[in-house]
Ligand binder design. Sequence first.
Ligand SMILES: Cc1ncc(COP(=O)(O)O)c(C=O)c1O
Length: 411
Amino acid sequence: MAISSKILKKIAKTYGTPTYIYNLDTIIDRYTYFQNAFPWPKLAICYAMKANYNFDILRCLHALGSYIDAVSPGDLYMALKVGFNTSKIIYTANNMKDAEVDEVMKTGVLMNIGSLSRLEKYAHKYPGTDICLRFNPDVVDGEHEKIKTGGDLTKFGILLEDVDQVVDIIRRHRLKVVGLHEHTGSGLVKSDSILNAMKNIMSIANQSNFPDLMFLDFGGGFKISYAPNEAPIDYIVMGKQIISLFSDFCRDYGRDLELRFEPGKFLTAHAGELLVEVNTIKKNRNRLICGTDSGFPQLIRPMFYEAYHQIDNISNPDDKLLKYDICGNICETGDLFAKDRHISQIKEGDLLSIRDAGAYCYSMGGVYNLRPMPAEVVVQNNEIRLSRERLTPLELINLVVAESNYMMLPN
Ligand SMILES: Cc1ncc(COP(=O)(O)O)c(C=O)c1O
């Protein structure tokens, strides 16, 4: 559900730029679609909040009944603040220190452990407790090298062939394995990856290894279309295959388990956009370079993953298409949102919308060059609400200085 240009212009006028805008109606639609695509009575949608931890988005998903996939103490405290019950949170951090494990265990959320070494240490300290185990599905997929998480080249999960060692540890320490987990990658490109990953996990998820299972969690990674020529995936069709496979598994296992997924991008990417203003047009011989008031620390996916985000000229949408490099305001040559992109002719002062920016954009942001992160605005039923203010540069500096134990600067 696209937000109209009229509303975008109004937001820019009221709150300035750069500003992230999230359409909560789109998130509700995506969540409902996902629920319908996987019609299993015990379905748990565990939103991967690393995709976007905006408070209003989390509140919206909480109201819909979502669970949470948290990956750091910060994620966890945020989810608790929003009101998620501990029973609806799974904690899937990697490379945790002992102190982190202890901190998380105090909250009572379920720990998901993804290495033999951590499992052994956990078992000594917390014998007899409930846990979830993250296995590496041994399926390699994802829309970029940096977001493939399966296979033995990545740091994630326990290898399937180590299952006997796992079983030995859990028996020695009377651990109750209530869930098995895998996550193959983000933006799974091959249609059979999820099914193959499921089959691999199911091959070890039997009564003799794990008699106490309550759920299997098959992670996230549901690909969405970013570029106009990318056909959307029909998850209703995929859902039927998944439910059939899972239902056969449950019959063999001996009882119906909860089916869990952890979509991030799928739920929030299409709901967001970053509104920026053009301040400089430069003609470098045959290149048109368009400079904006944001930059890669505020939306890093193009630079980090060579990701495509559609960019539209909101102020002048129907003019002749010209080829631009769309840049930010950061002192780095790679500070580009798009290269050689055909966009309706741009003038200085125009507003551009960088689309599909609701996942892994704000949440991966930082303040490199000490430029404050954009404001965040939510839209629901065409009503606009400021979700988070943009700090002024001086406010940002005061935070940085306060963190450094220096005196506050005068305002
Ligand atoms: C363990 C885990 N679950 C879920 C996700 C969400 O992936 P996506 O946003 O592609 O659905 C991620 C993303 O990295 C992840 O690492």
